[in-house]
Design a protein around this ligand. Structure first.
Ligand SMILES: C[S@@+](CC[C@H](N)C(=O)[O-])C[C@H]1O[C@@H](n2cnc3c(N)ncnc32)[C@H](O)[C@@H]1O
Length: 235
């Protein structure tokens, strides 16, 4: 009888000890209350560092929301991502498929004016191509941006130079063809960036190609909005 009571008391003690240990560990893992009280605003914009940046950013600002929507340009935040990727890898040659009115090209230009690089961009629609050229002239970037007019599936076959960043933003069903034609030109350490990698627009054949090739390391960004695939061609 006495032995039974002792075992019972010991059992209860063990349970209490275990609960206390778990509680103490959970408390230790809890982050300290932030000094801001959790009210930090992370909203930010691109701030011009030079007159050149100011001029390019002014043209980006001039292109209205309505114009951007009508011409299917990348959103502002995605443009900033393109600039950061380009400048951080010191890209000398960016190839873009799908120029539209040259909005994303202006984001690339912010980086390329620093890296001393150039952009080759392809557009099938003559009206949009003309608008792009006018935007680049106002921004003062036309000396390092070349627009190739025509069907990019044919025109890219003429490319010979190494590519640091390949940006796919034209006909979604064509991404796989562009990848197959241009991956050999992307330098080791270069990036293939694909826009509209969302459930509705992405071509499953392209997604399979960039996620099943051991030569590539692929990440997906901004999946809750526009969806961007970033594939590193491994060294
Ligand atoms: C989504 S928009 C590009 C937006 C642009 N990258 C920007 O963010 O400012 C796609 C463009 O690709 C062009 N396009 C579609 N198929 C094409 C093809 N086969 N060759 C060249 N351009 C093409 C369209 O005319 C359109 O202007």
């Amino acid at each position: 009888m006495k032995l039974g009571i002792t075992i019972g008391v010991l059992g209860i003690l063990a349970v209490v000890l275990l609960a206390a240990t778990i509680f103490a560990q959970a408390q230790a893992r809890r982050p300290a209350r932030p000094a801001s009280g959790g009210n930090i605003s992370f909203a930010n914009t691109t701030l011009p560092k030079s007159e050149t940046e100011k001029k390019i950013l002014a043209v980006l600002e001039e292109i209205s929301e309505e114009q951007r929507r009508g011409n299917m340009t990348v959103p502002y935040g995605d443009g900033r991502i393109l600039r950061v990727l380009t400048e951080s890898i010191g890209a000398k040659h960016v190839v873009e498929i799908g120029t539209s009115i040259g909005y994303s090209a202006l984001w690339f230009s912010l980086a390329l004016q620093k890296t001393g690089g150039k952009l080759t961009t392809f557009e099938i629609n003559a009206e949009r191509a003309a608008k792009a050229r006018a935007n680049w002239k106002r921004a003062g970037v036309e000396s390092f941006v070349t627009l190739v007019e025509g069907d990019a599936h044919e025109e890219v076959k003429k490319l010979k130079e190494p590519i640091d960043i390949l940006f796919l933003d034209a006909d979604k069903q064509g991404y796989l063809d562009y990848l197959e034609k241009l991956l050999p030109l992307v330098r080791p350490g270069g990036l293939i960036v694909a826009h509209n990698m969302d459930q509705r627009m992405a071509d499953p054949r392209y997604v399979k190609a960039i996620t099943s090739n051991p030569e590539l390391e692929t990440l997906f960004l901004n999946m809750e909005t526009s969806g961007i695939g970033v594939s590193l061609k491994k060294r």
